[in-house]
Design a protein around this ligand. Sequence first.
Ligand code: ATP
Ligand code: MG
Length: 231
Amino acid sequence: MLELENVNAYYGESHILRGVSLSVRDGEVVCLLGRNGAGKTTTILTIMGYLKPRAGRIVYKGRDIGALAPYAVARLGFGFVPQERGIFPSLTVREHLTVFARAGDKRRWTLERIFALFPNLKQRERNLGFQLSGGEQQMLSIARALMLNPSLLLLDEPSEGLAPMIVQEIISVLKSVKREGLAILLVEQNLRTALAIADRHHVMNKGEICFTGSSAELEHNEFVLRTYLSV
Ligand SMILES: Nc1ncnc2c1ncn2[C@@H]1O[C@H](COP(=O)(O)OP(=O)(O)OP(=O)(O)O)[C@@H](O)[C@H]1O
Ligand SMILES: [Mg+2]
C-alpha cells in the first residue's frame, strides 16, 4: 500500500536520505530500525510531506504522493504519531480525541472503542495535556491518530524514554490495532520491541537502508545486529 522507491531527501544542502526504498503492504506491521541520526524521522517526515523528496517516488495506493502538502497526505488516510507526541497542554484528553476525529472509510474507531482500548485515558478524560505523564501523552497521541480512522498508522519511536511496563502496554495496544488489520509503519530503536510487533523490518544507517527482512532473518543476522543496531 505504501512504497518508497529510491527516495533522496535533503535538509537545505545536506543530503540525508540516500536512495531509500521500503514498503508496507496491506495489514502489515513494518519496523524501521536504526541508531540515533540514522534518518528514521526524516523518512517519516518525507512520507508525510513535510520534506519533499528531490529524487525518487513515494507511492501510496498506486498514487505518487511525493509532491503533496502534509495536510493532503494526512487526508489520504495516514495517522501520524510524531516523535515529540504533539500533545496540546491546554486541551483535555477528550478534546484531543474529538477535535481532530475523522470518520475515514470504515469508521472503526469511536470514542467508546478508544476508551475501551485505553482505560487510563477514560479515567483522565477531563485532564489537560500538561497534566499527563509521558506514558499517558504517548497513549493519547496514538489514540488521537486512531480517531482519524487511518488506513496506515505511522509511529515515530513511541516507546522512547518510557518505563518497561508502559512499553509493554504500548506493544499490546499496537498488537490489538494490528489484529484489526491496520497497516503500521513503526520507527523503533529497541530491537526487542520491534521483534515483538513487526512482521518485517528495514534497518537504516546514514540515510540508507542496509537490511530488509523478516523477524527471523533479522534475529539471526549477527552482522546487521552488531554493526547497525549495537546489539
Ligand atoms: N532540521 C534539520 N536540519 C538539518 N539536519 C537535520 C535536521 N533534522 C535532522 N537532521 C540530521 O539528519 C540526520 C537524520 O536525522 P533523523 O532525525 O532523521 O534521525 P533519527 O534516525 O530519527 O534519529 P533519532 O533516533 O535520534 O530520532 C541526522 O544527521 C540529523 O543531524
Ligand atoms: Mg527520530
